[in-house]
Design a protein around this ligand. Sequence first.
Ligand code: NAD
Length: 294
Amino acid sequence: NQKVVLITGCSSGIGLALAVRLAKDEKNRFMVYATMRNLDKSEALAEAAGCTLGSTLKIKQLDVCDENSIKACVDSLPMRRVDILISNAGLGMIGPIECQSIDEMKTVMDTNFFGLMRLLKEILPDMKTRKSGHIVVISNVMRIQGILFNDIYAASKFAIEGFCESLAVQALRFNLKISIFEPGPVITEFERKVYEEGLKTDLTKADEVTADMFNNILKNYNLIFKSLGQTPEDVAEQTLKLITMKKPPFRHQTNTMYAYEDLNGDLPIETFYKMVFEQDKRKLSNRKCFRDLL
Ligand code: NAD
């Protein structure tokens, strides 16, 4: 009675940790299809999977930006069955929009938002027919918090959240579950990739004040992850708990240091401003949670 789990973006980070955690489940409850865009990058996953590779964990190619690759992957599964879809693949992007091209922005949207659309167009109809299934989407605490110079990335996660909230009502009618995971900073490749891309930003296209603000963010970028970040293994553990619940919550914030409720919407703007520009007054490391900055 194993549940079939399909996870996207498993060559690193949260996807890798999650695939391995589920495949190693003590109760053997999952058959994991760990997918990735480029199979040449499967070494780390294969190594971490150990003896589960080929038994409870199988690696498959899937590019969320390519409908054909999604169809080929789903068609290759026994009876095309996916009980739990974990949409994890994602791209980050930082910088002032003056310095970013529309094509670069489209790539982020295409991966983070339309990637989920492509997956669902292939998998949702079968789930509806079977009247069972769980869709888990790795979003970001940024669905309630736009973060300075993460404008396009935050927008892509806001888009996902609005979409899922709309779909959730329909899902109820078909007995399907939808859960959105909202991590704060997680220490993965993501941070490095986004930081390195950020360093390459052509700031000559931005005015002096904007360029200065962005350089300030870059300087503190790693510190934010170091002081507030959680491990991908921790996110994986929480995901395991969530997918085994009878009634999983629609939203779940994974990082207690970062979680908050924002009543009037001012909190992220003020807090982030303080985190970046008034750090000398309040040392990041002396805080127990994000809210302590206010
Ligand atoms: P990561 O960079 O290690 O993982 C992202 C994965 O997505 C990579 O393996 C990458 O190859 C894959 N990917 C990118 N484009 C793809 C495509 N077209 N098709 C298939 N796979 C593709 O970073 P991560 O932190 O593990 O990120 C996983 C998810 O968690 C992302 O959706 C990210 O937005 C979200 N998230 C990350 C953080 C963080 O701080 N690291 C915080 C909140 C949410």
